[in-house]
Design a protein around this ligand. Structure first.
Ligand SMILES: [Zn+2]
Length: 209
C-alpha cells in the first residue's frame, strides 16, 4: 500500500497519517522529518538542504525529489509507506509517478474557516510547549502549565498569516488534486469530525479495496 496524505495546515493530516502507519505497520514518511535527519547526518545533500532551510527558503522541487527518491530506496518501504508533506507541487507528483505507483491519495478536507478557528486557538510558550484552547487548554488561563510564563500567539498563527498560507496551499494543491482525481486514486475525507471517526473511515476505505 503506497499512500499519500494531502491536507491544509491544521487539517489533522499528520495525525491521521501516523495513526494509519501504526495500524498498517508501514513507515510514515514526512518530508519535514527527512529534511531534519538529512541535515543532521551532515552529508553533502544535508549541507545543501540546510542552506535553503536555514534561510527560510523553500527547498526546490528537484532537491526534494532527490531526497524522497533516496528515502524510497530503503528496505523498510517494501510493504508500502505513507507520504506526508510530499508531493506538494504538480511537478513533484509527476516525478513520483515516474518512480512509484501510488495506490491511494487521501485528501483531509477542512474549510478555511475551520483551519483559521483551529489555528487561532493555538497558544505558545517561550519554553516550547504549545496549547490549543479548544482541545488542550492550559490549567490556568494564559499561563503555561510547565513553567508558569505567559502564553502568546505566534506570528505564524496570526489570522492574516494563516489566510495567506491557506491561499498559497490552495493554489499549489489544486493541480495536485485534479491530477490524482483524473487517475482515480483521490479520496476526499471530511476532516471536521473526531479523529477516531476519520481514522475508521479511512480504514474502511482501504479494506474495501
Ligand atoms: Zn512554558
Amino acid at each position: 500500500m503506497k499512500i499519500i496524505f494531502l491536507g491544509s495546515q491544521a487539517s489533522g493530516k499528520g495525525t491521521q497519517a501516523i495513526l494509519l502507519s501504526k495500524k498498517l505497520n508501514i513507515p510514515h514518511i514526512s518530508t519535514g522529518d527527512i529534511f531534519r535527519a538529512t541535515i543532521k547526518s551532515g552529508n553533502e545533500l544535508g549541507r545543501t538542504l540546510n542552506e535553503y532551510i536555514s534561510k527560510g527558503s523553500l527547498v526546490p522541487d528537484e532537491l526534494t525529489n532527490k531526497v524522497i527518491e533516496e528515502r524510497l530506496k530503503k528496505e523498510d518501504v517494501k510493504n508500502g509507506y505513507i507520504l506526508d508533506g510530499y508531493p506538494r507541487t504538480f511537478e513533484q507528483a509527476v516525478f513520483l509517478d515516474k518512480i512509484q505507483k501510488i495506490d491511494k491519495v487521501f485528501e483531509i478536507n477542512i474549510s478555511d474557516e475551520e483551519a483559521i478557528k483551529r489555528i487561532s486557538n493555538r497558544r505558545s510558550c517561550s519554553c516550547g510547549k504549545t496549547y490549543n484552547l479548544l482541545y488542550n487548554p492550559p490549567k490556568k488561563e494564559g499561563i503555561c502549565d510547565l513553567c508558569g510564563k505567559p502564553l502568546f500567539v505566534r506570528e505564524d498563527d496570526q489570522p492574516e498569516t494563516v489566510k495567506k498560507r491557506l491561499k498559497l496551499y490552495h493554489q499549489k494543491t489544486k493541480p495536485l488534486i485534479d491530477y490524482y482525481k483524473k487517475q482515480g486514486v483521490l479520496i476526499t475525507v471530511d476532516g471536521e469530525r473526531p479523529i477516531e471517526i476519520i481514522h475508521q473511515d479511512i480504514l474502511n476505505i482501504i479494506k474495501k479495496k
